[in-house]
Design a protein around this ligand. Structure first.
Ligand SMILES: Cc1cc2nc3c(=O)[nH]c(=O)nc-3n(C[C@H](O)[C@H](O)[C@H](O)COP(=O)(O)OP(=O)(O)OC[C@H]3O[C@@H](n4cnc5c(N)ncnc54)[C@H](O)[C@@H]3O)c2cc1C
Ligand code: SF4
Length: 329
């Protein structure tokens, strides 16, 4: 670990002032950043602790929710409005990490946690463009079972690891950010980047920008939503593939649907092609599989992860069938 200075911000202006210093990083619950410090993947000169900033969850005038970035994952998953109106979000959070980590981790930190590509953390011997731009990518020819099949580039095939973010993508969340150039709102789908030739940049955030809150718009059929995560172990493992979905039926037809996949791309993958194919279609198991196949038409599997498009399709079909039966578990 390299030496750094630490300060706990009392309010947003202080956080922004300290966060504007060269080499500064914000610190939420520290459950990812402290690991990165220990491995010397991250070497900030100044840590600005933002875990003491406001941590409220409030209903908005529009009928949605505003969630401050310092809210702990556990508090968000347990909130009654989240559990009843956005169950996919509660289930996504509870599918992640362990109870102890969820008690520490914050919403802001969850959005900006870094990939779990093992080569990224291996500072001793692995080449990684995300850690050291221009170094190369050992995952391409190496062990790439957990890596991306959609939207990857020659430079990087890493996946985004967050469960919560998959639900936030399906829910059309908006991210409230503030920084040296003032406040702005970012549509969730625009926050995370595909790797392109700059995989070291995970998001579109500028230096010193602070996530202040997330806003969830109302979703009339949000109660009929869920999250399913497929992984190698029943707990304490990241997703091979995950699905966040909400379904609205009109008789035997799909009148509206929201779908996002996790574990398949450098960002939470909003499945707009599959959604478009399903709107108005008769709600059958085959229609769900066909919609997933359309979404993964451009998939470019690597040596070890050709199972992902198939697994994603079957998981989506199982999830939508369950929702059609009125089950959200
Ligand atoms: C063993 C283990 C298993 C895990 N399993 C899962 C899992 O299955 N699913 C899953 O989704 N996650 C999992 N996680 C990851 C965990 O959810 C994240 O570490 C956590 O959400 C990060 O939140 P944090 O508040 O601790 O962030 P920190 O570690 O404090 O920070 C993470 C990043 O966010 C930045 N940051 C923090 N707050 C802000 C802010 N307000 N504005 C701007 N930048 C900010 C920091 O600078 C840093 O870059 C696991 C972690 C561990 C250690
Ligand atoms: S996939 Fe991305 S994160 Fe993993 S080694 Fe390659 S460049 Fe690094």
């Amino acid at each position: 670990m390299t030496p750094f200075r630490y300060a706990r911000a009392a309010d947003v202006p202080e956080a922004l002032r300290l966060g504007a210093e060269p080499g500064a990083s914000y610190l939420g619950g520290g459950t990812n950043l402290v690991d990165l410090l220990r491995e010397t993947v991250a070497r900030p000169e100044r840590l600005v602790d933002v875990s003491g900033l406001p941590a409220a969850i409030e209903e908005t005038a529009a009928g949605g929710l505003r969630i401050d970035a310092a809210v702990r994952n556990t508090a968000l998953a347990e909130h009654p409005v989240v559990r009843t109106r956005y169950p996919m979000l509660a289930r996504a959070i509870l599918a992640g990490a362990s109870a102890q980590i969820r008690n520490m981790a914050t919403v802001g930190g969850n959005l900006l946690q870094r990939t779990r590509c093992t080569y990224f953390y291996d500072t001793d011997g692995s080449r990684c463009n995300k850690r050291s731009p221009g170094a190369g990518c050992d995952a391409r020819e190496g062990f790439n079972r957990i890596h991306a099949v959609l939207g990857a580039s020659q430079a990087c095939v890493a996946t985004h690891p967050s469960d919560m973010c998959v639900a936030l993508a399906a829910l059309d969340a908006r991210v409230h950010v503030t920084g040296p150039s003032g406040p702005r709102r970012i549509a969730f789908d625009d926050l995370h980047r595909l790797p392109g030739d700059a995989p070291d940049r995970d998001t579109i955030l500028a230096s010193g920008e602070l996530i202040e809150a997330i806003e969830l718009p109302p979703l009339a059929y949000g109660a009929t939503s869920t999250y399913r995560k497929v992984r190698d172990r029943a707990s304490y493992a990241f997703a091979l593939v995950s699905v966040a979905a909400a379904l609205k039926l009109d008789g035997d037809r799909v009148s509206d649907v929201r779908i996002a996949f996790g574990g398949v791309a450098h960002k939470p993958w909003r499945a707009t092609r599959a959604e478009a194919a399903l709107r108005g279609a008769v709600a059958t198991h085959q229609a769900y599989l066909d919609a997933a196949a359309l979404e993964f038409e451009d998939a470019r599997p690597l040596r070890d992860n050709a199972f992902k498009p198939i697994l994603a399709g079957r998981t989506l079909a199982a999830v939508l069938q369950a929702l059609a039966r009125g089950e959200t578990a």
